[in-house]
Design a protein around this ligand. Structure first.
Ligand SMILES: *Cc1c(COP(=O)(O)O)cnc(C)c1O
Length: 381
């Protein structure tokens, strides 16, 4: 463990505390944020929101990007736009951050937990197919329903864990076979590609997070990735569903105030310009971790075949639970921040009654995975 601590300290060239992930502002961040203040357009009107949406759409190759206040709100609206209704089941991973499940709950729907694959850490198409074949059927309207209670399963919400894409081709064919709307929780995967196509653009809607701990940040923020038609609906629903009019206030449905303020979008534009440098630095660091662990029992998590991961957070799979605990204690005691995986959603108070398949891989990973310091290297090396 001492050699790992030494190795991490060499990367960041410091004897101070090393966080898991800290944002970096060595581009035009100050200038662009100041510009919103000097113009007074800090809030719901201003040019940075449009510009940021255009630039994200261009980068990811989607038709339309819609900026929102945070990733959680983005997933909430995405599920609504995909037709998730009260009482529905939404397929997702137990191995995820709680926001994924909370967004399902905000629709008065419930999660259905399916296992992950060990090589992607994300939703397993095989486990999903197996569960549906045993427990579900397609009704006369072609809707997927559970055999036992006849509950509708309307959508599938995989998450690209730490920026490693799930097996999208296989997952898409399972979703097509069972008539499930695919919504991607791409909160962690800006800059990650599956077979050369950006994550978050495969499903009906994909959602990025731009929170302070993600690869780029707007302070707090999120982005919906979709096509033109749903994009327009998304814009309407996230901006209080107001009909355009020079001065009258007419709202044609219950909308949300989920719009990203211009102040945050300005920070986002400056950060997005830095993304290529960040991606390069993270890949360099990932390769160094891979080399460091090469002759050990610890296996770094590497990008899946046919994928280009953003290596947002580096992770290592320890041989067992006790070596995981040892690693966590030694590094954190030494001021080098490391973290275990999230507790599985199926074990949390609000979701412990939810339906689930076998979660063997999720539990196996929960016992072994540790996240390692992954901030961009000093001066963007
Ligand atoms: C960060 C994150 C979100 C969204 O988080 P916000 O803080 O609301 O932007 C959703 N899902 C996952 C997996 C995340 O890591």
């Amino acid at each position: 463990m001492d050699s790992l601590i030494r190795f991490v300290r060499e990367q960041y060239r410091t004897n101070e505390f090393i966080p898991l992930h800290a944002p970096q502002f060595f581009g035009r961040e100050r200038e662009m944020v100041l510009d919103t203040i000097e113009s007074t357009f800090v809030s719901s009107v201003g040019s940075y929101v449009d510009r940021f949406e255009r630039e994200i759409a261009e980068l990811t190759g989607c038709e339309r990007a819609v900026a929102v206040v945070n990733g959680t709100a983005g997933i909430h609206v995405a599920l609504k736009l995909a037709g998730v209704a009260a009482g529905d089941l939404v397929v997702t991973q137990a191995l995820t951050f709680v926001a994924t499940c909370n967004a399902i709950n905000y629709c008065n729907a419930e999660p259905l937990f399916i296992d992950v694959d060990r090589h992607t850490l994300g939703l397993s198409p095989k486990s999903l197919e197996a569960w549906l074949s045993e427990h579900a059927l397609l009704d006369d309207n072609g809707e997927c329903r559970t055999k036992s209670e006849h509950r509708r399963v309307s959508a599938c919400l995989p998450m690209h864990t730490f920026g490693h894409p799930v097996e999208l081709d296989q997952l898409i064919s399972v979703c097509n076979r069972w008539n499930l709307a695919l919504i991607e929780d791409a909160a962690e995967s800006l800059g990650s590609y599956y077979k050369g196509i950006h994550t978050g653009t495969f499903g009906k809607i994909g959602v990025l997070s731009l929170n302070g701990n993600k690869i780029i940040t707007t302070g707090g923020g999120g982005m919906l990735l979709t096509n033109d038609e749903l994009g327009q609906r998304a814009k309407h629903l996230t901006t209080t569903a107001k009909l355009p009019h020079p001065y009258e206030f007419v709202h044609d449905e219950v909308g949300y105030n989920y719009r990203m303020p211009n102040l945050n979008a300005a920070l986002g534009c400056a950060q997005l310009a830095q993304l290529p440098i960040f991606l390069k630095s993270k890949r360099l660091l990932a390769n160094r971790y891979i080399e460091f662990f090469a002759d050990s029992d610890f296996r770094p998590v590497v990008e899946p075949e046919h994928c280009q991961s953003n290596y947002w957070l580096n992770a290592v799979i320890c041989p067992d639970r006790s070596s995981r605990d040892e690693l966590l204690k030694a590094t954190n005691d030494a001021g080098v921040m490391t973290r275990p995986l999230w507790a599985l959603m199926s074990s949390l108070q609000p979701y412990k009654e939810a339906l689930k398949g076998s979660l063997d891989n999720s539990k196996w990973l929960e016992d072994r995975v540790v996240n390692l310091p992954s901030s961009v290297l000093p001066s963007g090396e």
